[in-house]
Every structure is written in structure tokens, then in C-alpha cells.
Design a binder for this molecule. Structure first.
Ligand code: SF4
Length: 403
């Protein structure tokens, strides 16, 4: 429960030494069929005292091959108290900052040693403290790092100055939790922003040359047909005006959030306690005035529009639009690599003695993709050094494997 960094070490040491888990702060466990909840573990005061994530223990070539950004944390905690959000419960309302120098050291290592060009800063709200943002941006610029990065932010914790600084240091995307197009709902969920502020923040970020992703939640307390259409309306308005990308999530009232603890007062009906369904993509709760079915109608319309827009982008890419060609090519790469990874194709097909071309053709057959795509992508994986031929387990002939 809460931050796991020290708890997990304590659990392993306790079990290894044959001691009782009852003494480990920050866990709940089952004994004789009954749940036992231990005392909470205090939050870690000094984040700089934590070692860097042991990324060297991960099959890092698979992440690189998939062209996903590498995640970094520069702070923990969020001073806001949105009623649907588990972040303040996990990490507290006081923000704890890592030293900017150590953050930039880590980013440099990810860039220069692990070969990532994209970073996703996953702080709950990166832009709470301007001096922290500026110090990190300055560090990235001073070291000449060849990276682009993205952050989560709020429309009321930004200024043209800080956004320009971020842009100059390689920031390309900002994600704002706008949540709703209804002021009544924004007030209920204690978001402490207005719809006018949302418009102003998005305008400011796009004027600084940043791409904006706007995130909305359907099914918040008080949701009905009218508020849902205000939300969809705001999303479309921001797209039409500023080319903002947007997405809808569905309320997932996690344990510990105010919206779950006071669900009755907020008019929220919880539909399932199966946590595996709490991914915010399918309804697990509804309001007394907006059903799960109504939410899915909006999501289905949205998904339909997204797939139509994607088909149009693919057409334009084929006609030669360079930016779209790059985007479509990246999606093709990610789709192919994801299939390779999720089917374990390299492990199954990387037989000793198989040439690169034979591997590509076998992968094309297994994954149901064209030979041309498989050849191009396997060639790229090899030239990027993510796929190698190596002798393993004392075998005579080399096999194909992830680097
Ligand atoms: S939604 Fe964002 S701003 Fe609100 S509490 Fe969660 S992390 Fe903080």
C-alpha cells in the first residue's frame, strides 16, 4: 500500500529471513483466510536517496524496438485534491522533488547509454514549481541532449514563460486533464479550474508550439446527457481550433478516492469490484442520470471517428504528405514489433542457421503481414542493434535473439 520502493525490499528480506510479515509496514496480506492490514509506511522523505531504476535488468532492446518513450519521475505528490484521483492518496498532497541535477543525470544516461530519444515525464503534475521545471530544462539544454519529451500538467500551473522554456529544452507534448466541459461537474470534482481556463491553457500551450493532449472523463458525479454533450463539444471545439488531440476515459473509482468512499452521496453506482476491469476504458460505474450504455455510445462514436480519421491519414500519407508518412510508418513499426513481442516470434523462429531474410519471411507468415513489411522491419531491428545473431547456451550455430 502506498509507495513500494522500500516496502518491497522489506518484504523480500523478511521472507528470506523467515520472519513474520506482520512487522512489515505498508502491506496487507491474508492469514488463515482473513485479511490483515499492517500499519501504513510513511512517505519517503528524500527521493534523491533512492537508487536509479535498474533498467539494465530489463530486456531494454524490446522497449527501444517498440519505439516507446522511457519514463522518468522528477517529483512525487500532487497538491490538488480531485475527488476521482488516487495520486494524492498514493503519494501525498505535499510535493517531494528530486534534485534537478540527478534527474538530468538520469535522462542523460537513458539517452546516451540506453539509446532512447523520447522521454515521458510521469510526474502527477510536472509544472507545479516553476524553478524545478526551469532547472531541469536548463540541465537538458546545457548537456545538449538529443531528446524530445512529454509531461502531464494542469491548465492553471503554466505560463508562456515556462512553456517556452520547456519547448526550447525539447518538450513536444503536454497532457492536460481537462476532465469535463461542464462547469458544474468541474466544481463537484474539485478540479479547481474553469472551462475558460481550459481554453486559455490549451491556447497558451499551442502558441508555445507544444502539442496538446486533452484528457476527459465521462461518468463523473452529476453526469447526464447535457453535461456529456458539453464535454464532447469542448473536445471537438479544441480540436477544431487548436488541433488538440483528445481522448475520453470512463470514471474508474479506485479505492481510497473520495468519489468511491462517498459514492452514495455523489450519486455513483459501482457496477463491479473486479479490479482487472478498472482500466478506465470500459464502464465500472455509472451515475443515477447517465448509464454505462450511454457512456459506451459516446465511446463507440469516438472510436469510430478515430478510426475514420486514421484511414484518412493513411490515405494522405500514401499521397505523399511527409509528416503523415512518418507517423504512419511509426505506427506500422510499432504494430509489427508489438506482434513480434506478444507472440514470442523471435524466440520461436530464431532457429540456428536461419538467415535474416528467412527470419523475415517466417515472421511474415506467422504474423500474417506482408513480406515487404517484415523484411523492412527486421532489417531496421538488426541495423538498430535491437535484434542480433548470437551463440547461446554453448550451441554450435548462432540464433536470432533480442539484444
Ligand atoms: S487529477 Fe491531476 S491535479 Fe487532480 S489530484 Fe490527480 S494528479 Fe493532482
Amino acid at each position: 500500500m502506498g509507495e513500494g520502493d522500500q516496502t518491497v525490499v522489506d518484504v523480500v528480506e523478511t521472507l528470506s529471513a523467515g520472519r513474520d510479515l506482520a512487522g512489515v509496514a505498508g502491506i496487507a496480506f491474508r492469514r488463515n483466510g482473513r485479511a490483515r492490514v499492517n500499519e501504513a509506511r510513511p512517505l519517503i522523505k528524500d527521493l534523491d536517496a533512492l537508487p536509479l531504476p535498474a533498467r539494465d535488468l530489463l530486456p531494454i532492446s524490446k522497449y527501444r524496438a517498440l519505439k516507446v518513450p522511457c519514463t522518468v519521475i522528477t517529483s512525487r505528490g500532487c497538491p490538488f485534491g480531485c475527488i476521482f484521483c488516487s495520486a494524492p492518496r498514493m503519494f501525498g498532497r505535499g510535493v517531494r522533488y528530486r534534485s534537478p541535477k540527478l534527474v538530468v543525470d538520469e535522462i542523460e544516461m537513458i539517452n546516451r547509454e540506453l539509446g532512447f530519444q523520447e522521454i515521458n515525464i510521469v510526474d502527477d503534475t510536472f509544472t507545479v514549481k516553476e524553478s524545478h521545471v526551469e532547472a531541469i530544462c536548463q540541465g537538458i539544454r546545457d548537456r545538449g541532449l538529443d531528446i524530445t519529451w512529454s509531461v502531464y500538467s494542469r491548465v492553471d500551473t503554466i505560463s508562456p514563460r515556462v512553456l517556452n522554456t520547456m519547448k526550447e529544452a525539447g518538450c513536444t507534448w503536454v497532457c492536460f486533464g481537462l476532465e469535463s466541459g461542464s462547469q458544474k461537474i468541474l466544481d463537484t470534482i474539485k478540479k479547481r479550474i474553469t472551462t475558460a481556463k481550459s481554453r486559455e491553457g490549451v491556447k497558451m500551450a499551442t502558441e508555445s508550439g507544444l502539442n496538446v493532449l486533452a484528457s476527459f472523463i465521462l461518468g463523473l458525479p452529476g453526469e447526464d446527457r447535457e453535461t456529456a454533450s458539453q464535454t464532447v463539444g469542448l473536445a471537438k471545439e479544441l480540436f477544431d481550433t487548436y488541433k488538440v488531440s483528445y481522448g475520453f476515459h470512463l470514471l474508474a473509482p479506485m479505492p481510497g478516492t473520495e468519489v468511491r468512499e462517498r459514492a452514495g452521496e455523489y450519486g455513483i453506482r459501482i457496477l463491479t469490484h473486479d479490479w482487472s476491469k478498472y482500466n478506465a476504458n470500459r464502464p465500472v460505474a455509472e451515475t443515477t442520470t447517465f448509464t454505462a450504455g450511454q457512456m459506451m455510445e459516446i465511446v463507440n462514436d469516438y472510436e469510430h471517428e478515430v478510426s475514420e480519421a486514421w484511414e484518412e491519414m493513411q490515405k494522405q500519407a500514401r499521397r505523399g504528405d511527409p509528416a503523415l508518412r512518418e507517423r504512419v510508418a511509426k505506427a506500422d513499426t510499432q504494430g509489427f514489433v508489438w506482434k513480434l513481442l506478444s507472440t514470442g516470434a523471435i524466440e520461436q523462429l530464431g532457429n540456428p542457421g536461419r538467415s535474416q531474410d528467412e527470419l523475415a519471411l517466417a515472421a511474415a507468415r506467422k504474423l500474417g503481414v506482408s513480406a515487404a513489411l517484415a523484411r523492412r522491419e527486421i532489417k531496421r531491428l538488426v541495423s538498430d542493434g535491437n535484434l542480433v545473431r548470437a551463440v547461446v547456451d554453448g550451441r554450435k550455430h548462432p540464433v536470432w535473439k533480442w539484444a
